[in-house]
Design a protein around this ligand. Structure first.
Ligand code: SAM
Length: 277
């Protein structure tokens, strides 16, 4: 019988965040595939576990992935871990999952710590709809293209960033979304020096130009406020008529349609009552 790949999330800064199920899965697996075995060894020591490990990271995934798959096909179970957080989220784990999926090999994800959800939930920004952008491309042209594609984005946006690139990323965010756009800078989440700054992009620029960015960052940026179609008179009139048919009084129907379509309420009122402007 074929084995199984388990995706095991690990703490993003606080060892207490390892779940019982994650620890049990590590203990039960035949072997662990780790991004950096030295980092994972600290976790195993904390859990008092000993396990055979192989490495699986962005520089060896082309060969390590098929080697892990062969062991799974032979019936072994593997627990995939990264240095921190949920495997396959902004790390090469996604390639191993795709490889298993294409091969019909079972994959099971254990829920647990992930910097993106921790940052979004604490950001104070709307969480109902959001887009995760991971790391912006390094290449200037691709980076610009990705940011431009987000210029009209109304959902909350989440970015991962390394400290040495934070300043230039804040500049790019200000160029794309404007310095007044609200954001949350989430730093060192779950760690001793955790910090969540809720400010504007311009304020974040000023802060991190005065002080060297240190630690790990997730940037959560508010989406663009929904835009009204200015001056759609036909739309406004038919909306007001529709509201009246639904029993809404004329003045209120005119006010609501005016607000929705960017038209003066007096104009709608006059059109419906036949009064002069
Ligand atoms: N798979 C991981 C997860 O589930 O979040 C993310 C891996 S990605 C290679 C690493 C990035 O996650 C960092 O550059 C940073 O943007 C973010 N990150 C990880 N731990 C963090 C923490 N404790 N505080 C803030 N950001 C963190």
């Amino acid at each position: 019988m074929a084995g199984k790949l388990y995706l095991v999330p690990t703490p993003i800064g606080n060892l207490g965040d390892i779940s019982r199920r994650a620890a049990e899965t590590l203990e039960a697996a035949d072997f662990i595939a780790a991004e950096d075995t030295r980092v994972t060894m600290k976790l195993l020591n904390h859990l008092k576990l000993k396990k055979p490990m192989v490495t699986y990271h962005r520089h060896n995934c082309d060969t390590a992935g098929p080697a892990i798959l062969r062991r799974l096909e032979a019936g072994e179970t593997c627990a995939l871990v990264t240095d921190a957080g949920t495997p396959a989220i902004s790390d090469p784990g996604e390639d191993l999952v795709a490889l298993c999926a294409a091969n019909g090999t079972e994959v099971e994800a254990i829920p647990g710590p992930c910097a993106l959800t921790v940052a979004l939930s604490v950001s104070g920004l709307p969480t109902g709809r959001f887009t995760f952008e991971g790391f912006l491309p390094l290449n200037k042209k691709n980076r610009r293209a990705q940011l431009e594609s987000l210029a009209a984005e109304e959902r909350t946006m989440i970015f991962y960033e390394a400290p040495h690139k934070l300043r230039s990323t804040l500049n790019d965010l200000a160029d794309t979304f404007g310095p007044e756009r609200p954001m949350a800078v989430c730093r060192e989440l779950t760690k001793l020096h955790e910090q969540v700054l809720r400010l504007t992009i311009g304020e974040a620029q000023a802060r991190y130009f005065a002080q060297e960015p240190r630690g790990e960052f997730v940037l959560v940026v508010a989406g663009r406020p929904p835009q009204k179609e200015e001056g759609d008179e036909t739309g406004a009139l038919s909306r007001a008529e529709q509201l009246r048919q639904e029993g809404v009084p004329l003045k209120q129907a005119a006010a609501q349609a005016a607000q929705e379509f960017g038209v003066k309420k007096r104009w709608i009122y006059n059109q419906i009552t036949g009064k002069e402007d």
